[in-house]
Design a protein around this ligand. Sequence first.
Ligand SMILES: C[S@@+](CC[C@H](N)C(=O)[O-])C[C@H]1O[C@@H](n2cnc3c(N)ncnc32)[C@H](O)[C@@H]1O
Ligand code: SF4
Length: 395
Amino acid sequence: VAHTPKDISLYIHWPFCKAKCPYCDFNSHVREGVDHGAWQAALLAELAYWQARLRGRRLTSIFLGGGTPSLMPPALVAALIEAARAGWTVCDDVEITLEANPTSVEAGSFAGFRQAGVNRLSMGAQSLRPERLAFLGREHSVEEAKAALNVAFQHFDRVSFDLIYTTPGQSLAEWQEELREAIAMGVDHLSLYQLTIEPGTAFYQQHRRKLWELPEDELAAALYEVTQDITAAAGLPSYEISNHAAPGQESRHNLAYWQAADWVGIGPGAFGRWIETGQHGEMLRLESRTLRSPERWLNAVQTQGHGVEGWQQESRAEYLEEMLFSGLRLVEGIERKKLEDWAEKPWEFLIPPTLWHELVSEGWMEATASHIRASTKGRMILNRLLEELLAALVV
Ligand SMILES: C[S@@+](CC[C@H](N)C(=O)[O-])C[C@H]1O[C@@H](n2cnc3c(N)ncnc32)[C@H](O)[C@@H]1O
Ligand code: SF4
């Protein structure tokens, strides 16, 4: 019997930024003089650790995220990609994404990233309006973002754009115009995030002190709806709550998360989740988490070969919850067979029938022969839906 290698995705976290944005609670830090040699050695060591642990996997995607990975020297990116390819088999159309901030300095590295093997660029434009970029505390101007995008198009077939909307004072008309402008630039993928106020950020304090206010719920909902309509009309329909793509241009790496597939994460604060066969042939869903502090992570890798701080085994219920939690973000929903195989019972026995009938007849949820999904209107209240579903899950 031919052995089909199990697929795996690789996330690489680069924790450094030139400045900390006031809304951002990602594991990102401003540091003078990063020792690139030491970081390259440590990331390579941690990758080797995983390749030894999860042998014989087939790599389907790599995502270099951050922080600001476009600040990495292209040679460092090349070394990581080369090592990833050497230690695992690689599928022909492997997707290799790098997150780039659109400043001119970083655009200067785009050719080098392409040379290194990156084949998809995700650009953190955030806004095409100068006053909104200023509010968001970004280092780049609208002109710089557009110039960087043009450089990106010269080197990459696949380019995505991040925009943040639902910012203070934003009107429907203003956002519609900005979004149309972004689409007209010719990207095949858009990540459109409603601004969220994260504890521990500068925005959290400003918002608490009422220095500004977010748009009311009703306007926020209207902004979300026009976003769905405009992107769909332009041939970039949403495939996930905040992500829109031309058919076939979905981010394969992010799909791996939402489909609760297998991935490993290296670098400070990275998570991994994957399925392994246990000693008695049982399937185990495992999770790893590395140290968040860049210095402590580096030190740990240098002394013990990896920066993993915590391990966890998800129970059957927890993995089912993970599938629902991430899968219902997707427009296509959750693959029914995967859910039922893991649950060892049909979907109909996983949710109390009265609740399910109510959710379906009210139009929040839908079931097809192959998938369980939230409807368009259900995705707008996904957190509430999930709360009800998870509380009622019969495992
Ligand atoms: C890891 S971050 C940043 C990547 C890159 N360093 C950049 O800033 O362009 C990925 C994306 O998350 C989004 N994001 C981060 N914090 C957010 C927040 N509080 N609300 C909404 N979107 C946020 C931004 O659009 C950002 O581009
Ligand atoms: S949004 Fe991007 S550039 Fe800004 S602090 Fe977060 S990771 Fe760094």
